[in-house]
Design a protein. Structure first.
Length: 190
């Protein structure tokens, strides 16, 4: 056993294997349990939560000629939140009021309940990637309505998100380290 261990730790492939094993153990033993989520980290693969022009020309489906800050975002996208009774002042108090972009990596914590303004990660049958959108309304039956901050409306699956679909809420963003996932998603569809 000592010889095997020495061979493993003295080779580049052994170090890669050990690093991979350590990452898997850390993910499934530490992160899943500490954060109470089966999906404790995810990579952002779409621009639906970005607060700038996602294609360089549009935000919330509206063509723009310049964009600088939160006030610009609210002028363009605010009315979709006002339809839910969310004011500019309320939105400005939400976590991640400035959104986040493709390649960012949200850290997700499972909670018992969620509030309007929380950004949740949830699964939708038939969609491979988890959805990462903001809660805009809590329905009377205990389900949630969500919306992507850079979307000009809701997708059909966002009108009734059940608690069983939710993996947790975003508590922290690690910028740009999710680009590996973005690349593999775009190249291989995984």
């Amino acid at each position: 056993m000592k010889k095997f261990w020495k061979t493993l730790t003295d080779s580049w492939w052994g170090n890669i294997l050990l690093g991979f094993a350590a990452a898997v153990i850390f993910y499934y033993v530490v992160l899943v349990n500490v954060l109470s989520s089966s999906t404790p980290v995810v990579a952002v693969v779409s621009g639906s939560m970005y607060h700038g022009p996602s294609d360089g020309k549009q935000i919330c489906g509206i063509a723009i000629d310049g964009f600088k800050q939160f006030d610009d975002y609210w002028k363009i996208c605010g009315e979709t939140y006002e339809e839910f009774g969310i004011t500019k002042e309320q939105f400005a108090s939400f976590n991640f009021k400035d959104g986040f972009g493709v390649g960012d990596m949200p850290v997700v914590k499972g909670e018992g309940t969620y509030m309007v303004g929380d950004i949740i990660v949830y699964s939708v049958q038939g969609i491979n990637a988890p959805i990462i959108h903001r809660i805009v309304k809590i329905n009377g039956d205990g389900t949630y309505q969500t919306k992507g901050d850079n979307n000009n409306g809701q997708n059909p699956y966002e009108y009734s998100v059940s608690p069983s679909q939710i993996k947790g809420k975003v508590i922290f963003i690690i910028p740009k380290i999710g680009y590996f996932k973005v690349l593999t998603t775009r190249l291989f569809g995984v």
